[in-house]
Ligand binder design. Structure first.
Ligand code: ATP
Length: 357
């Protein structure tokens, strides 16, 4: 095994390509996780999220690149440390608790090396941590889905793995429970200073839980960044469309930071790299547009989704292009009303448009 000179990272993935039967599904994926960081992988179905977790866990071989955990080389073309020697914990969507073991026995499963007393102590601490004090003698079938998932987490954390992998751990739970549990689990992981990588389909969940989020498309990592940056600084059109809501509006550069669009001359508050006259597409998010009774620009309401404290309106512009706007829900409009609007954005993301107008 090769010891890394750089011990700052819990996980280092460098130029990793891996797949099945000689065909790569992941292509030169690189990112790092610091100790105690939580990251999520997002991407369309089939993009390779689970394959990446399986490769990190040691179930898939690597065709090129390498995986290091805590500075230890675990996977490369010539090295493949077996799953049980990787110090990795795993939590999957179907919990996979042992049905004939009590909660205590499930959590103690990977703790053979500890003395009986230490084992009992560790299990009690973990039960407390996951909010299941007093449930130790119960069996999995006597617990709710959320409680079972907490036991699965406690079991995975018990041997103090260097890295925890979670594959859609909340997907079989209802929406409300997922929301609560994801925040609880973030707190639990942070209290343990655990380093974790989670696959999810749910952007809100990823944003709520993760310090870093990776966006995969066709096995290629598009961006590895904080949730804030993914939303506000998407690296390309794919990320811009995939993350959050928004519309790409056609525009023409009028100066270093001004773009003419059908919503008027927009000042992007950033230096773009294109010359005057260059065609671009500007990303307009629902929070970039506000209602403004003094504006002489309006758009027709063609859709309305009430969401309690706010309402999302879909508006049709003169060109037929649709944008969305988020309004406080006490500002109530009807379909077909003309809503006066103004673009109010701190900064605007634009992409070069290759097609001539
Ligand atoms: N055991 C396997 N053998 C061969 N190909 C596989 C195997 N498992 C997955 N694949 C293929 O690898 C690609 C990536 O699959 P993977 O399960 O990693 O995607 P995913 O992003 O996790 O998808 P989802 O979001 O639908 O769970 C897909 O094209 C899939 O068909």
């Amino acid at each position: 095994m090769v010891a890394s000179t750089d011990q700052r990272y819990a996980l280092e993935i460098e130029q990793l390509s891996a797949g099945y039967d000689g065909t790569d599904v992941l292509h030169q994926v690189s990112f790092v996780l610091k100790p105690g960081e939580i990251a999520c992988l997002l991407g369309p179905s089939g993009c390779g999220k689970t394959t990446l977790l399986k490769t990190l866990a040691g179930f898939n071989s690597v065709s090129s690149g390498q995986v290091k955990i805590d500075g230890r080389l675990l996977s490369s073309k010539d090295v493949n440390v077996s799953p049980e020697h990787r110090a990795i914990g795993m939590v999957f969507q179907d919990f996979a608790l042992f049905p004939h073991f009590s909660v205590n026995q499930n959590i103690a499963f990977g703790l053979d090396r500890l003395s009986k007393q230490k084992r009992r102590q560790t299990v009690a601490q973990l039960l407390e941590l996951v909010g299941l004090h007093g449930f130790g003698e119960q069996y999995p079938h006597e617990l709710s889905g959320g409680q079972q998932q907490r036991v699965a987490l406690a079991r995975a954390l018990a041997p103090e793995p260097t890295l925890l992998l979670l594959d859609e751990p909340f997907s079989s739970l209802d929406a409300e429970l997922r929301g609560r549990l994801s925040l609880d689990i973030r707190d639990i992981l942070k209290q343990r200073n655990a380093t974790a990588l989670m696959v999810t389909h749910d952007q809100q969940e990823a944003f709520a839980m993760a310090d870093q989020v990776g966006i995969l498309k066709d096995g290629n990592l598009q961006q590895w960044d904080s949730p804030f940056n993914l939303y506000h600084e998407p690296a390309n059109r794919f990320v811009a469309n995939f993350i959050g809501r928004g519309t790409l509006l056609e525009g023409i550069m009028r100066s270093g930071e001004a773009i003419e669009t059908e919503l008027g001359l927009l000042i992007g508050n950033r230096a773009y790299r294109w010359p005057e006259g260059h065609p671009v597409d500007v990303l307009i998010r629902p929070d970039d547009v506000v209602e403004d009774r003094n504006s002489d620009m309006s758009a027709v309401i063609v859709g309305k989704v009430f969401a309690g404290s706010s309402t999302l309106y879909r508006l049709e512009l003169r060109s037929g292009k649709r944008i969305e706007i988020l309004c406080p829900s006490h500002h109530d409009y009807e379909l077909k009303d003309a809503l006066p609007i103004r673009v109010q954005a701190d900064h605007l993301i634009a992409f070069e448009r290759h097609d001539p107008i």
